[in-house]
Write a protein that binds this ligand. Structure first.
Ligand code: FAD
Length: 454
């Protein structure tokens, strides 16, 4: 028998249930990835993510070759390509990891319909999450809207055993692997200059370093420090270069820092089950705010460019472009600034993030944007962060801001968070080229609260 393993965002050989089942049960295996022309033509295909994707596919191909196999790469419509590969290789089964967006569900339904027509069966396997969204449901409801009860139930779920990579992958004779194009042949635009390398090999090095250096021990404290190091595994998880179940199993819940780290992994799954239950989460408000967003193209452009005059906001927006990544707390602050200080629609901001984030993810990005905008699951939708005091609290010596906003590099310590004060005193008359605040915090707060009816 011949089985096709359709890779999607599970680009690894370690702990890959669909690949392991195919290697154990079929005589021949066709590991397949389709560069889907529909996705490539959409805004979802940002250079930073396509760059990571190509690196991950290159690495996956090398790992499959080490096992006697290869990665078959096709470009076109996923369903049509799967049908064609099954026809050429005589495959009677397609295995893939279950995924939870509307697109992923349509893909499976399409595969099942084609399979019925062309004589192959379709099996879905775990692998994208630790716990399947449908495995944890509240009494009387279909999904959780509040994190803490979800977290308790998620922690209590039994874990499946982890799977080693298959020793051998035997390809059928008829198959032609196909070339893997360079990322810039797939999408127009620029990648950020300081992105991390993609693929299972690089991801595993990051994971090992994170646990071996025991950085996780300080996580409960450092996760909010803007200049400190978090795991940087988000893109690896988004593309499935690491198995979330493997990370979950490596966490030792009795040791300092580990529980707060695994809670963040659980947030990822909380967001996934929100998306599974609300397929239109990326554009429809979960809890309509009912107020009108402001249209302000100039302010939006200043926010995108990191020119708002609020140092911590600008540092974050510039880090996003430079690294294709932003610190979690700064994602909160920049998103809050756009939706509450500037009163601009969260969807515009969320898509700007998607244009640059290597880890840009339908569930995490859009659920978090809705949370910040007050249209999602936050129980305090009217909270508004003060970018100055937040900067002072989480970047007390100003190192994060100075690293990303060179105009302020001469300001000492925490003074970077209030450049206007320094200009009145220490640096009177010096033009550092840094803009004045786009809006006054107190006025913006007043506007937001009165529009919300307090
Ligand atoms: P760590 O702090 O080391 O956390 C470990 C892992 O836990 C992360 O890799 C990630 O998979 C998960 N995680 C951590 N925090 C969160 C969270 N708040 N929600 C969900 N999962 C979390 N994360 C994405 O992966 N993709 C996105 O597109 C994305 N967009 C976001 C947009 C906004 C407005 C906000 C506020 C947060 C967003 N996040 C997103 C969540 C979070 O900021 C990133 O996962 C995190 O900063 C990634 O860095 P890290 O891997 O070093 O995280």
């Amino acid at each position: 028998t011949t089985t096709v393993v359709l890779f999607t965002r599970d680009l690894r050989v370690t702990d890959h249930p669909a690949l392991a089942a195919a290697a154990a049960e079929a005589d021949r295996v066709v590991p397949l990835f389709v560069l889907d022309t529909g996705i490539l033509a959409s805004r979802y295909a940002a250079p930073n993510r396509i760059g990571y994707l190509v690196e991950a596919l290159t690495d996956l191909r090398a790992r499959l070759r080490e096992r006697g196999g290869d990665l078959v790469v096709r470009r076109g419509d996923t369903l049509a390509e799967v049908v064609e590969v099954c026809r050429v290789t005589g495959a009677d089964r397609v295995r893939l990891s279950a995924d939870h967006s509307a697109h992923a569900r349509r893909r499976v339904a399409g595969l099942q319909a084609r399979g019925a027509e062309h004589g192959f069966s379709v099996s879905q396997h775990p692998g994208v999450t630790v716990v399947a969204p449908e495995a944890v449901r509240p009494t009387g409801g279909d999904h959780f809207r509040v994190f803490t009860p979800y977290w308790r139930r998620w922690e209590a779920q039994r874990r499946r055993p982890l799977l080693a990579p298959p020793d051998e992958v035997v390809l059928p004779d008829a198959v032609v692997p196909g070339d893997l194009p360079a990322w810039h042949a797939l999408v127009e635009g620029e990648r950020s200059p300081e992105v991390l390398t993609g693929g299972e090999t690089a991801a595993r090095e990051r994971l090992d370093a994170w646990f071996e250096a025991n950085e996780v021990a300080g996580y409960a404290y450092t996760r909010d420090r803007l200049a400190a190091h978090t795991s940087r595994l988000s893109a690896d998880l988004h593309f499935g270069c690491l198995s979330p179940a493997e990370i979950d199993a490596r966490v030792d819940r009795r040791r300092t820092g580990h529980e707060s780290f695994v809670r963040q992994l659980c947030w990822r799954e909380f967001n996934t089950q929100l998306l599974a239950a609300n397929p239109d989460l990326p554009y429809a408000e979960l809890r309509g705010r009912g107020d009108r967003w402001r249209v302000d193209e100039e302010a939006f452009a200043a926010w995108q460019a990191g020119e708002t005059g609020y140092p911590v906001v600008d540092a974050g927006m510039r880090q996003l472009r430079r690294e294709g990544w932003m610190h979690n707390r700064v994602r909160l602050l920049t998103a809050s600034f756009l939706t509450k200080h500037l009163y601009v629609d969260w969807r515009l901001g969320a898509w700007h993030f998607m244009d640059w984030l290597v880890d840009g993810d339908l569930a995490n990005n859009f659920a978090q944007w809705q949370w910040v905008a007050g249209t999602g699951t936050d129980s305090r939708p009217n909270r508004m962060f003060n970018p100055v005091t937040q900067g002072q609290r989480f970047d007390p010596d100003g190192g994060y801001v100075r690293a990303h906003v060179p105009e302020l590099a001469d300001l000492p310590g925490g003074a970077v968070h209030e450049p206007w004060a320094a200009r009145d005193t220490l640096f009177a008359g010096v033009d550092d080229g840094y803009p004045a605040p786009l809006v006054d915090h107190a006025e913006a707060r007043e506007r937001f609260l009165s529009a919300r009816g307090r």
